[in-house]
Design a protein around this ligand. Structure first.
Ligand code: UDP
Length: 324
């Protein structure tokens, strides 16, 4: 059942949304989506991993405002806010390995500040959590009631534990202060506006293929991932915010493939001739990952529409117009 349960205040006036991390890859796609839905949008980003280029097309748009601020600092906004979408965080394994303390702070202190902003405004709050909270999963595919297998002290612990804390904090605000909260667990997502050198597999492989360089497969490439195109993900997240469900919901594409097959697909789609080379598998790299999306299908009537070939074509086309 897909309920359209908009924040009641906004039925008669323009809804106002705050997007933390609004200049990032996914945050900026959400900003575009919300503006198209008629929201007034305030994006907050400290530009540590976000980029002004992702929102520069919105300058002059009277429904859009950008505030350069670290969301771990107190957030004061004079407007009445209806929705807080908390997207801010470094999200690639390389980024959070370089910024472990900022990653922990934005997941903990940043989530606390964003929840405080929502509470003060009686706004609805959505946390972007992650499939990383399942760690190197012992259950496959991953359902929302799986509690995970996380190494707290490994290199990914700063991200995984920050997001696990953020989920706990979100539920605490829901239970203690009756804030209307939503939690999405995002699985691997790709598309235009990813940073070429953020270390994630999609920009890494596409960049290497377009430059004609060898494709770097970590380990044997037998580890699996399931890739969701960004527009599908944003649609799922929007539906979740507008639902009345407060427990975590996986949003991702359940089509699972090995990293080796993924590399071959990218080489074929770019028409390149890159050879495949093998490098050490990073510590704690999850061996398998695939969302069980039954909950999203049932509650939100959502499932991905863009298949991998189509999504990769759009992504490659975008990257090929960037300086690589
Ligand atoms: N990977 C790879 N080569 C690269 C970058 C990543 O083989 O140049 C692998 C990585 O080891 C992982 C998968 O691709 O198994 C996805 O990595 P990514 O960093 O995109 O995100 P993760 O799903 O691990 O959070």
């Amino acid at each position: 059942m897909h309920t359209n349960n908009e924040n009641t205040d906004t039925k008669s006036r323009q809804p106002v949304s705050v997007v933390t991390g609004g200049a990032g890859f996914l945050g900026s796609h959400l900003v575009d989506y919300l503006l198209a839905k008629g929201h007034k949008v305030i994006a907050i980003d400290n530009l540590v991993t976000g980029r002004v280029e992702n929102i520069s097309h919105l300058s002059g748009n009277e429904n859009f405002k950008f505030i350069k601020q670290d969301v771990t600092q107190y957030l004061f906004l004079s407007e009445k806010i209806d929705y807080v979408w908390h997207f801010a965080s470094p999200a690639s394994p390389i980024d959070y390995a370089e910024l472990p303390i900022q990653t922990l702070k934005v997941g903990s202190l940043g989530t606390h500040k964003a929840l405080g902003l929502a509470m003060r405004n009686k706004a609805r709050f959505l946390l972007t959590s992650t499939s990383e909270i399942y760690g190197d999963p012992l259950q496959h595919p991953q359902t929302e009631d799986y509690w995970g297998n996380v190494n707290t002290v490994g290199p990914r612990g700063c991200y995984d534990e920050a997001k696990r804390f953020a989920e706990a904090m979100t539920m605490a605000y829901h239970r203690e202060h009756q804030v209307e909260t939503r939690i999405v667990r995002i699985f691997n997502t790709y598309g235009p506006r990813m940073r070429l050198r953020d270390g994630r597999v999609v920009p890494a492989f596409v960049g290497q293929a377009l430059r004609g360089e060898p494709i770097t497969i970590y380990g044997t490439g037998s580890q699996t991932r399931s890739f969701c195109y960004c527009s599908d993900l944003i649609e799922g997240i929007y539906r979740l915010m507008m639902s009345d469900y407060c427990y975590p919901v996986n949003i991702g594409n359940p089509t699972e493939l090995t990293i080796l097959d993924f590399a071959k697909e990218i080489v074929a789609l770019t028409g390149g001739r890159s050879e495949l080379i093998y490098k050490d598998l990073p510590v704690d790299d999850p061996k398998r990952r695939k969302p069980d999306i039954t909950r999203a299908k049932t509650l939100l009537n959502w499932e991905p529409k863009v298949d991998l070939k189509e999504g990769l074509k759009r992504t490659i086309e975008w990257f090929s117009k960037q300086p690589i």
